[in-house]
Design a protein around this ligand. Structure first.
Ligand code: DP6
Length: 322
């Protein structure tokens, strides 16, 4: 095999991960629940480097990718110098989960290039997790549950698809408020929240009960209940951020406008809910048949630069390499 090129899509958490139980192993404190998207994608290319050193062709700091490559080398014993390239078809580092899709794509490309896809999934989740925790969820399609586990080495910290996308199809209208890299990365921000926010523990206690509500809502195909618990979980995570010292505020005026707009649409009878990650962009989910109405209604929100449309992936590789 001379070169491997594989893509993965971002995932958007409905029940969030915002805290670690082990820093070096990057194990989460509580479980999280997400949907993996389809059209937004990261492509990872891996081949043998032409010289004796690794070659990195990616946006920004390669340290996350380096940790994934090192984990892959430890498992496979293959220490050839590698050329690694990662490209995204959407803004990187702006809270649109580009590190999740990048690390998941890289993990899958390394597994194919170094081991012909023979590495077990549990091992792949470890590679990916060492790059970025939330990327573990992008290794799976549909509604994905990432179990925090209790094993000190993280053996039970695994992810799986809990529901196929078709069980409760969701469409996404992402309101891009700012597509510049965020002021503080998730890893550092989580540490600040752990050290300073009075709501950090409460968030993690509530996360467990909110997870039950979310899983139950999807089981019953109850879009309204899923939206309620997802918004509550997102707002609680942002309260944790904002009560950290110094406060971590990812929101911009366009973020507030898009939140208000989602609530207004809902009051007008359009089923939709929002969620926001470590960035100012607002992801609005709705049933697929409402995506066009939501898109049209969101065209002129002040502070929103553009809209990105997507849906939950039914499988992992639906899109050809661009
Ligand atoms: C707000 O996975 O980026 O998107 O594991 O430190 O790399 P690290 O953090 P990361 O955190 C994602 C945080 C979040 C919520 C979520 O996706 O669950």
């Amino acid at each position: 095999m001379t070169e491997v090129r594989i893509s993965a899509a971002p995932n958007i958490a409905l029940i969030k991960y915002w805290g670690k139980r082990h820093k070096a192993l990057n194990l989460p404190l509580t479980s999280s629940f997400s949907v993996t998207l389809s059209q937004m994608r990261s492509w990872a290319t891996v081949r043998e480097a032409s010289g004796k050193a690794d070659e990195w062709n990616l946006m920004g700091d390669p340290s996350k990718a380096q940790r994934v490559v090192e984990a892959a080398r430890q498992t496979t014993g293959d220490r050839r110098p590698l050329y690694v390239s990662i490209e995204n078809n959407f803004p990187s580092g702006a809270g649109l989960a580009s590190s999740a899709s990048s690390m998941a794509a890289l993990t899958r490309a390394l597994s194919r290039f170094l081991a012909d896809d023979t590495v077990p999934m549990n091992q792949l989740t470890t590679w990916s997790r060492l790059g970025s925790g939330s990327s573990v969820r992008s290794l799976f399609p549909g509604y994905v549950h990432w179990e925090a586990g209790t094993d000190p080495e993280g053996k039970d910290c695994i992810a799986e698809t809990r529901f196929e996308a078709m069980h409760l199809p969701l469409a996404l209208v992402a309101c891009v408020v700012d597509d510049q890299p965020k002021p503080i990365g998730s890893t550092a921000a989580m540490e600040r929240s752990r050290d300073t926010s009075p709501l950090y523990e409460e968030f993690h206690t509530k996360n467990t009960s909110m997870m039950k509500i979310a899983l139950d809502a999807v089981t019953r195909r109850d879009f309204i209940a899923l939206g309620e618990v997802s918004e509550a979980n997102c707002l609680l995570m942002h309260e944790v951020m904002q009560t950290s010292g110094p406060p971590i505020n990812y929101f911009k005026p366009g973020t507030h406008a898009a939140i208000d707009h989602t609530r207004k649409l809902r009051a007008e009878g359009i089923p939709c809910f929002f969620t926001i990650d470590a960035g100012p962009n607002v992801k609005i989910f709705c049933p697929p048949e409402y995506q066009e109405s939501v898109r049209r209604a969101c065209e002129n929100i002040p502070g929103v630069k553009r809209l990105l449309l997507d849906r939950i992936a039914t499988q992992l590789d639906p899109v050809e390499a661009a």
